[in-house]
Design a protein around this ligand. Sequence first.
Ligand code: HEM
Length: 457
Amino acid sequence: MASHLWQSIFRHPYDGSKRTRYLQTAANVFLHLHPVRISPAAVRFTYTWGLGGLSFFLFILLTISGAFLMFYYVPDSRRAYDDIKDLGFVVPFGQFLRNLHRWAGHAMVITVWLHMLRVFLTGAYKRPREFNWVLGVVSLVATLLLSFSGYLLPWDQIAFWAITVGTNMATSTPGVGNLLQVLILGGSRVGQNALLRFYVLHCLVLPLILAVVVGVHFWRVRKDAFSASGAGEKIDVWPHLASREFLAAVSALLVLVVWSLVVNAPLEQLADPHATPSPAKAPWYFLGLQEMLVYFDPWIAGVLLPLVIIFGLMAIPYLDPNPHGIGVYTFATRRWAVTAFLFGFGLWVLLIVIGQFFRGPGWTWYWPWESRAVAKAISGKTWNFPLPVGIALVGLYYTLGLYLPRRLRPDVFASLTRGRYCAIWMLALTMVALPIKMLLRLLFRVHYVVATPWFRV
Ligand code: HEM
């Protein structure tokens, strides 16, 4: 019989019988996030790869390690850098704590991306989970912004210039650039006001938003039922799923602890607004956007295209009319969707890899084996299409792109309403336009296809 203390906390004895397992799961707020019983297919590691759970675990780990870091760090540009240095030299386990926080942050960006990929490939965004996919995209954006806002806090050269590059893209938006600059930086450049804003966003506002959105996300996973279902009798969440979640969390923690003991988070010289490093690189997950600066105006690369990507991602469940392929990895019944998504995902990874490994001083192309110390001439002369030709080419590209698919494959697109068809193809054509523009630049030195005084693409 359970003791008085046990009963006051857990309500029911744990004797391992089916009935008490049900009662335990329902009476425990954390376990109650799960259903009581699930299909055996849902606990298969090779279905979820534990990625949603790992993202959540990393979020908790980041919150705890971040709270410890807050004891030692003051967001004052005159002492922030020294506070970070002290973590390495004065504070017991300070360097380890900083490493753990930094590496868990990078890991979370990766696990959230991969979780999205798995949800897409298993068709888990389709009815009735459309809105949970939208909440997922909001969590992804919040995760990226959390990581980005934390980047500035060490106040070293990498931090200062990464944030300068990142925010310059937003603040060059025509019309609202100045307003955005004042809102984001609290002034005209990265300084004390920006540091305080990024600190408050990083430590308070964004974690709060993410916690609420992820809370609703979990609740919807529970309400909408998990996508993987299969034949066979259902199994109890406790212990079948709970033990797997525990194992995944412990393994991730182990890897991160070892990694943090071996590899230190980078810290360069104190931030110097007068010494621009060449190249000044954005954080790695925004390098895709920075690479797009080569091909488009800064506000198109830094504001318009990200907005198209975010809203395009949110729209996927409402645009994809195909009801097949929910709860399984399949290509056969979802050829178009899977190809398009993998193309976009691969393109994004490619842009990041180019930005990280193939760009050197002056953002010129360097092969990985070429020394960055040897200066290269900034890439040679480029040319623009004459304006009427450029407009005609872009017009033709979108008109034919919209007209031909329906003409050539009426059987595939007949079921789509005109609005859905146009939205899908506008997004797909814009995505394909990016590598076309890259090739035009790299092979034929075309700078802009359409160059007007207001925008250039
Ligand atoms: C901080 C970020 C996130 C956390 C902590 C999180 C967490 C989770 C967890 C724990 C699950 C249960 C199953 C699993 O592990 O796969 C889940 C399911 C789901 N997630 Fe996320 N998620 C996040 C971001 C996202 C993103 C970026 C998307 C998509 C854009 C997304 C869409 C979904 C959907 C649709 C489900 C239901 C899947 C199904 O029924 O198979 N989530 N999420």
